[in-house]
Design a protein around this ligand. Structure first.
Ligand code: FAD
Length: 287
């Protein structure tokens, strides 16, 4: 007999056409369904995949991708593939373009969405979440009581409390001319793997010096977060990848790395200096 959660009869697909309709469906017990690339692996996590699912694909507002000189406004249903294509070659948005274009594999990238990446709360290796932290994005939330906006760092730290009864509508990324960025990740194989560790960074570079670096680390701890100690250490110093890596090596004790089947915790932290070096080298190449 097949396991209960493989029974298609125990699932129901709803296709709300508006955000309020999706929120109503959610309030009635439906789970929001975006690309399904995380939800479809529920069985691997021993989680039931039954009940009603409200697909977000028929809601036009969630597929917007608007680029103005001031900001990039990106709807939650925009896929990794579309993001990578639309943002290619925009220096200040490079972390998100690279994150979207390097995650998973082409088939998954055509389905997986920005909103799903932010809302898969048990997924520590989310590339877009890490890039959006480095880009200091804001997250737009919708509830039946009305819309709201939270800083990305605040969203990630509090999303278990923020998400019930809410839908992520999209993100707003401020575009700051002259700011550069990089996103580097370490999968154990070439493609398709979850990365062992991720470093996303943005900074201004003037006269060979870094200014106001924002450095985010993903996949090392259960949730991506900024590396405040390294940001402080690199602010105002020469853009020197080797020196940046040694600064990072001296600041690893601030992490409590997670254990995982693909890598032990100590390894996730130990690879960070090399990822910082690569990220700074990428920044140097784009300056
Ligand atoms: C083999 C494989 C490898 C992968 N490797 C990577 C990788 O290395 N890096 C990476 O970043 N991604 C990777 N992914 C993709 C990853 O699953 C997605 O990035 C993302 O976490 C899920 O997006 P989704 O659109 O498929 O979400 P779904 O699976 O549809 O949903 C995920 C969760 O988010 C909720 N949700 C979805 N949208 C919203 C919304 N707008 N508002 C509120 N809640 C919402 C759902 O209810 C569900 O709980 C991989 C996927 C696979 C299958």
């Amino acid at each position: 007999m097949p396991p209960a959660n493989s029974s298609a009869e125990s699932r129901r697909l709803l296709t709300p056409a508006t955000i309020p309709a999706a929120l109503e469906a959610q309030a009635a017990g439906a789970r929001l369904l975006a690309g399904g690339t995380w939800l479809m692996r529920s069985a691997l996590r021993d989680e039931p995949l039954t009940g009603a699912f409200a697909s977000l694909h028929a809601i036009p507002a969630l597929s917007r991708l608007d680029l103005t000189p001031e900001a990039a406004e990106i709807g939650a249903a925009v896929t990794h593939a579309r993001l990578a294509e639309a943002l290619a070659g925009i220096p200040e948005l490079a972390p998100l373009a690279v994150a979207a274009g390097a995650s998973a594999n082409p088939g998954v990238r055509r389905a997986a969405t920005l909103g799903g990446n932010l809302c898969a709360t048990e997924f520590p290796a989310a590339d877009l979440a890490c890039a959006l932290l480095a880009l200091e994005a804001d997250v737009d939330l919708e509830r039946l009581s009305g819309p709201g906006r939270v800083y990305m760092a605040q969203f990630l730290a509090r999303r278990e409390a923020l998400l019930p009864g809410a839908l992520v509508a999209g993100v707003r990324i401020p575009r700051r001319a002259g700011r550069l960025g990089a996103h580097v990740r370490l999968p154990l194989r070439k493609a398709g793997d979850y990365p062992v560790a991720i470093v996303s960074l943005t900074a201004e570079v003037a006269d060979g010096r870094l200014s106001r670096p924002v450095i985010a680390v993903g996949s090392v701890e259960p949730v991506a977060r900024r590396w405040a100690e390294l940001e402080a250490a690199l602010d105002g110093v020469s853009l020197d990848p080797a020196a940046g890596a040694s600064a990072a090596a001296g600041l690893l004790s601030s992490f409590s790395p997670r254990e995982g089947i693909e890598a032990p915790g100590w390894y996730r932290a130990e690879v960070l200096p090399a990822l910082v070096r690569r990220a700074l080298a990428a920044l140097e190449a784009s300056a």
